[in-house]
Every structure is written in C-alpha cells, then in structure tokens.
Design a protein. Sequence first.
Length: 624
Amino acid sequence: MGSTFSGIELGKRSIMANTDAIQTAGHNISNASTEGYSRQRVQIKEFDPLYKPDLSRPERPGMIGQGVDVQSVTRVRDELLDQRIVAQANQESYWQTRSDYYMMLEQIYNEPADISIRTNMDKFWEGWQELSVNPESQAARQAVVTRGKTLTESINQRWESLEGIGNLLNGDIEATVKQVNDLTRQIANLNGEIVRSRAMGDNPNDLLDRRDLLVDKLSELVNVTTDQRDSDEFMVHVDGKVIVQGNIARKIDLAPRFDDTGYSKVVWADTQEDAYFSGGKLGALIELRDVDVRQEIQSLNTMAMNFSDLVNDVHKNAVGANKVTGLDFFVQHPFVENANGNFDRNGDGELDTSYIFRFTGTNQLNNEQQIGFDGVMRLSSTDGIVEIPYYHTDTVETVINRINDSNSEVKAYLDRNNHLVLKGTTAQDADNPDFVIRHVEDSGYFLNGYSGILAANGEEGAYDFAQVDAVNALADNSQFSVSPVTNPAAYIRVNEVIENDVMNVAAGYIDHSGNANTGDGRAAVEIASIRNSSVMIGTMRTLDDYFADSVTNVALKGEQAQNNLLSQASIMEDLRSMRDSISGVNIDEELAEIMKFQHGYNAAAKFVNVWDSLLDTIINRLGV
C-alpha cells in the first residue's frame, strides 16, 4: 500500500528534476559562445510505479505513480553530419593554404614591367642587335655587359624569392607537424578520460565536445576520418592509416632528405616510413614545397641554364675586339671539377657517377632529310627509361620532335652548325639530379653513326651515368659539357674577365685566313637571333614560350586555388550551419526552457506545500 509520506518524495523528485533542467539550460546559455559546445538536454522519465504486476496489489486498475526521474543529461549531436564535416574540412584548408601561397607566387611574377626578367632579357637581345650593327663600338659592348649583369641579377633575385617561399613552406610544415602531434596526443588523452567516465556510468558530454572540437581542428591540418567501433575505442585514420587508437596516439616526425635543399621530409615516428597526406593544410604545404615551388625553381633554372649555354656556345667560338676567343659570356659555379664529369654521388669518397649536361654530335644533319633506317632509342625519363622508335621514312626533324614530345628527361635540337644536341632537363624525381643525362642508348644508327654522338649502338654501346668515365661511350670528337651547380639561376653571372675588359665581348668570327675583321658582327647577330629560335628549354620551344608559360601557369593555378576555395567554403558553410541548427545554443529557446521548468518547479513546490498541509491535518488535527 502507499506510504503516507510518498507525496513528499514525489514532490521532491519533481523539484530536483526541474532544478536539473533549469541548471542544464543555464549551462547551455553560459556556453553559447564556447567553440565546439553542443547544447545539452535533460532526459526525463517517469519513476517506477509503486505496484508492479508481479507483486501483490489492491484489486483496482492502474498503478500508483511515483513522480519523475532524471534518466540522463545528453548532448544534441548528429554523428553522421559530424563525420561528413570532418571528412570535408581538409579540402577547405587545403585550398585555403594553396590560395594564400599562390598569392605570394603571383607577387613574385607580377614584377613592374620595366624591371622584370622578360624586359631585361629583351634589352639584352637589343644590346646584341646594336652591337651587330656597330661591332667596333666599345659603347655597344659596354651596353651588352651592363644589360647582361642586370639580367643575371634579376634572375638571381627571382630565385632568392622562390627559395624564400620554399623556406617559409618548410618552416610551416615543421610547425604543422608539431600541431598534428599535439592534437593527436590530446585526443588520445581525452579518449582515456571518456572511457573511465563511461565506466562509472557517467555521460561525459563536455569531454565529448572537447574531443570533437580537437578532431575538427585536426581535420583542417590533415585528411582524417573517424571510427567509433564501440563505446570504448575511438579511432582516427589518415589515408587509411591509424593515427589515434583509443588512448594511443601515433606520432609523425621530420627526417633529413639528404638533398641540396636542406629540407626535411615527414615520416611516421615509429617506422620512419614516409608519411603521405592527400589533403588538409599539411598536405597542401608539402605539395606546394615539393611540387609547385620546386617546379617553379626548376623552370627558372632550366631557362637560366639553357639561356647561358646557348649564348656561351656562340660566344666562345667567336672573337672579341682584342682578338681574344674561347671565353664564356656567362659563368656558373661548376658542379664537378672533374673534366669527365665524374662525381662522388653517395658521399663515400669514391667517384661513382658521371654528371654530364650536354652531348653534341660530330656530323652535320639536315632537318628535312630522311634518315633511311629503323631503330629504337632508349632515354632516361620520368618513369625510368622510355623507348622512342624511329623509322627509315622519318626525317631528322620528325625524330627530334619525337624525342622532345616524349616524357624523356632528355631534349634534342640542331645547333648553329646543324649538329645534333642532346641536353639533360630537370628531373621529376627529387632523387635524380637536375640537368644530368642519365641514360642514352640506340639499337640503330641515328645516335651512333648518323649523328655522331654514341661510339656504338645496342646495349653494349649505351651511355649510362651510374659509372665513372661514362663519356667513354661517346663517339670520338663528340663534345660534352659538365653539369652545372644545382640551381644555376642562383649563380649565373657575367664572366668577370669580360666585365673587366668589355673588348672581350665577341661580335664576329675568325675568317679562313685566321684574321678577325673589325666590322664583323655575325656572332652578335647569331646571339640576338636566339631570342626567337627554337632552343628547347624543357618543354618550351623558345625563350618567349618559357616566359608566357611561367606567368600563365602561376596565374591559372592561383585562379584554380581561389575558385576551389570558394566552392569548398560554400560547402562547409552549409554543413556548419546545419550542425549549428542542430547542436548550437539558441538563447531564446533556452530562456523558454527555463521558464517552462520554472513553472514546473513552482507547481512541484505548491504540491509539496499542499501535501504538507494534508500531513499536518493527519498528524496534528485528527483526534483533537
């Protein structure tokens, strides 16, 4: 049967339930501006009735209610929406990072027209044209030297600017790696606290909010996904690899790359294997540093290397006004001092590799002539070795174009004497050196007897750089040049010998009698004509192609980053707005909740007061 004092207990439960609900609403209002906070709701259920069917009870229908009870306090959260936001957030930060850095790159290329590399190179060509008209003029020679110095300084300056962005990216990568490790450590620690809290029967809403906020921040740095396998194990994955499992966080670390940049690579701390990230801020930073900025530097180096090589090729075969010949107009710091290009690549003290930039054949070729035989060339490429076939009906020009249109890292053209030239380009793989011809082989006779580059055909006559004195595979009297220092754009300058005496500037050639005519400007004309000649600098045919491509490339990639950022920002804004509508705190709604539970509290208090009066009547007034 019911207790005389059961009404007091019933009223007390109602007062406590309404108190908890009011306190929870107040907690929501207090955290309305707290980042990552989810509004909480008190889950109320009716208390167990006095009588149960399996116990003896009065013979009447219904059960005597015992009031209300607070079952739990839960947060309002859509887990599927959270997972989508976490999976999508990395793309927004990825494009944001690329957009920010491409703004810096665009500033480098948006030089004032009167001091840009393109303008300075135009003035340099104009100087040679003036010299070709007045080959005996000292003033014209001085103009060529001065404009050459101005041009090389602008090339050096652009390289320094690009290197500066690369260094900035490297520092940003190091800082972001620390942030990732710090966030994963905090998430793992929270996982442990959440498991302990749940083991005691609690519902750790604020800890769960804190963990979700940290996961959101982590998802902006790297492309993560989450997995809640059970209530005790929360996991975070990066590109299919576990980075957090329960209370264990897997660290990423920095390791030296052993290249000329001095940059570090990102590895897993436990295995030292390379860590790859396809999204997020860290993924964008690594891609920008190791791909985008590296390609811009390689492109500038390619232009500087080929530009100086083409000018030098003419200048050193020409003669100055003081009868001096054999001088390079531009100089570089040599990469190797060995005349055959032999170099100690692995650093063990023994020469083991040949670093050669250019081969020049011994035979004159005609672009329009059919070669008359078949064969297959094998050249070093982005993917190892590429095979380039040629046929007896092909012309020399067709074969050269086939080489240049392939993905080989060797380019070809005919020089001013119609000799075939093969040049090494920049390497796509960072483990391979730039401007080094790594492999040249021909099953037929195009590179052997026809052009006069290789001494023999077939595999036994192949040139391969992974040995000392690899140049022994070249034909007798064929010319070659040793590879330059890494980043030639940083070191290119006018030869000091020419700076000190401008009469060393060569404008003409020595005639058949061995004399240098005063009015001969043929060499100056030939150098000036390089401006519009097909010189194959990388994939570009002319120097003008290079400038047009470099500026367009940066502008288009910057535009791509900006457009994708706007698209991703719009998607994330919709997702976050949807989450805020579900989990965010609405002050008006919470005030309405407080008023509702306040009325409930007052009603429960009135109920207790009434029950107190009834008890007073029973206890103090009956029997009087």
